[in-house]
Design a protein around this ligand. Sequence first.
Ligand code: KG4
Length: 338
Amino acid sequence: MKILAFESSCDETAAAVVEDGRKILSDAIASQAEMHALYGGVVPEIASRKHVEVIAALTERALAEAGCTKDDIDAVAVTYAPGLIGAVLVGLSFAKSLAYAWGVPLIPVHHVRGHIAANYLAFPDLEPPFLALAISGGNTLIADVRDYTDIRVLGATRDDAAGECFDKAARVLGLPYPGGKPMDELAQQSRGGVYPLPHARVTGAELDMSFSGLKTAVVNLAHHAQQVGEPLDRAALARDFTEAVSAELVPRAIRALELTGYRKLAAAGGVAASTIIRAQLQAACDARGCRLYLPPLSLCGDNGAMIGAQGYYEFLAGRTAGMELNAYATRSLDAPAP
Ligand code: KG4
């Protein structure tokens, strides 16, 4: 079954063709990051307009690269939530019109379910049940993937996502948007251990996380240094910050493995590209004899193929939608599509 899949929830327009949920036939992405870098972060209205400008041409590219015409496409999958509402609506409206015009099923896909499904593309042997650690720019959570479409959130951030925290911390260090990658490169130039940073604990919810205190601490540290004219060891701060984020994520993921009894952990989302977090997740899993699934960097960030992968399993579970399908800025991962 060939699915044409769309992703437009933030600043990447993506169209892909995926076969049987596991094989990428094409994965076309148009990133707007350079445009938003001018403003130090994503400007929602600009994101929506850029999606409108490129989505038709990107679809033609995805079909051509897959060696397909519209007649080869069995269904259309699309991110319907969560994300910047105007941006999600562009992909959703486009996908709806194609599904309607071509007379094929429309499959709504939750964006974070898509991130987790990127692992199915990278690891043909991976099957539920397993534990997922989804760490992206807008979402940070630990999920029990009981089955392809039966996914339960075990813990999540109470405030900022890990990626947002990376982006804000990077900004005060003078790094360009999106800050995760340059922060990663800077952090590797230092062993850290210079700046004490807070570690959050959420009372009564051992798998829940919090990143806003850490973000504020880095911002205050950098501003204070600037005000009193103290030199800032930027590489050490980048390292200490990344270690602090990792200290939020890794022990909780390991605790969730203990609680569920699972021996498989799949990482997902843009922050899963972090060299330091990848290494620490790997070391923690190795120490417990658990298998860690780390998608290649190309499948960590937003892409259309991951939506096609999850879309396939949503389709098998009978989860298609009609033309009344709406977009949602926020929606729980647990909830089936409307
Ligand atoms: O998954 P993603 O592309 O978009 C969302 O679904 O939100 O994640 C984007 C986030 C950004 O915050 C970006 O700074 C972060 O992933 N990121 C990284 C790295 N590469 C991207 N964070 C840490 N280290 C990286 N190497």
